[in-house]
Design a protein around this ligand. Structure first.
Ligand code: CP
Length: 317
């Protein structure tokens, strides 16, 4: 396979290899000259049908640091608003010469369709599809956890024995799905904590424990608390829990932050709803890795583009 569509497709060794290549890329990013010639003459298209800040700009930065040409396409302001289809949009970009297409789409499965339809001959990277998956987010999260726990001795290591508590709107979260598959492949134990109305049907078959009770879950030691964004845009006015109930029972407030063990880290993929699922005290605390996640995202996306386009495909199945 020459695409990155789902963390389910990654073996332990493939995932560790991507994280190790990302370590090399992170070293490049500390140099005075932050560029490598590795993808000179390659073209990366960022094809975004949904809004994004972090993912889009970090893929752009990653491609540029590898000397690729970058074309940014946003559905807003394009001929998509005139009804142009995904196929015609993709084939138009392919005609311009895309070697890799980084796609974010509101429909679960859109990247898979691009990868398997034969419409275009380019490597496809899933940058978030509907409520399905966001594999590079999970990879940058795993990279961040590994670095925080193992520092300079991270290379070659997985997350065996690490406990990760993922809290919040699991129902709508592609970040949660990609993290559950990847973190468990890497040996971590994953606990999901959410209101019963924000858990998907079939969650009991996932490789994770499930609880509705954040306070009792946090009484057990955890290395990582990963807060999810509440996707209010997908809920109606009468939804349970409402904002006040949610913050009271499932928000990471300053009191809950104070209960975490020394060394526990607090993650959030962004964008954050401050004061709702996470307090500013928690988001800006020493335990928070929110901005590290953003920085690490560039290194991880450099690694993915490099493995996809340089011919060094060992890390991608
Ligand atoms: N974490 C994440 O996907 O953020 P953006 O929506 O800003 O890309």
């Amino acid at each position: 396979m020459r695409h990155l569509l789902s963390t389910r497709d990654l073996t332990r060794d493939a995932a560790v290899n991507i994280l190790d290549v990302a370590e090399d890329m992170a070293e490049v990013s500390t140099r005075e000259v932050k560029k490598l010639p590795a993808l000179r003459s390659k073209t990366v298209v960022n094809l975004f049908f949904e809004d994004s800040t972090r993912t889009r700009i970090s893929f752009e930065a990653a491609a540029k640091r590898l000397s690729a040409d970058v074309i940014n396409f946003s559905a807003k302001g394009s001929s998509v608003s005139k009804g142009e289809s995904l196929k015609d949009t993709a084939q138009t970009l392919a005609a311009i010469g895309a070697d890799a297409v980084v796609v974010r789409h509101g429909a679960s499965g859109a990247p898979q369709t691009l990868a398997t339809s034969g419409w275009i001959d380019a490597g496809i990277v899933n940058a978030g599809d509907g409520t399905h998956e966001h594999p590079t987010q999970a990879l940058l999260d795993a990279f961040t956890i590994r670095r925080r726990l193992h520092g300079a001795a991270s290379r070659g290591r997985d997350l065996d024995g690490v406990t990760v508590t993922i809290v919040g709107d699991v129902l709508h979260s592609r970040v949660a799905r990609s993290n559950v598959w990847l973190l468990t492949t890497l040996g971590a134990q994953v606990r999901l904590v959410a209101p019963p109305t924000l858990l998907p049907v079939g969650v009991s078959s996932w490789p994770a424990t499930v609880s509705y009770d954040l306070d009792s879950s946090l009484e057990q030691a955890t290395d990582v608390v990963m807060m999810l964004r509440v996707q209010s845009e997908r809920m109606h006015a009468a939804f349970f829990p409402n904002a006040r109930e949610y913050s009271r029972w499932w928000g990471l407030d300053d009191a809950r932050l104070a209960q975490l063990g020394e060394g526990s880290i607090v993650m959030h993929p962004g964008p954050m709803n401050r004061g709702f699922e996470i307090s500013s005290g928690a988001a800006d605390s020493k335990a928070s890795t929110v901005l590290e996640q953003v920085s690490n995202g560039v290194s991880v996306r450099m690694a993915v583009l490099y493995l996809l386009l340089s011919g060094e495909r060992e890390g991608l199945a």
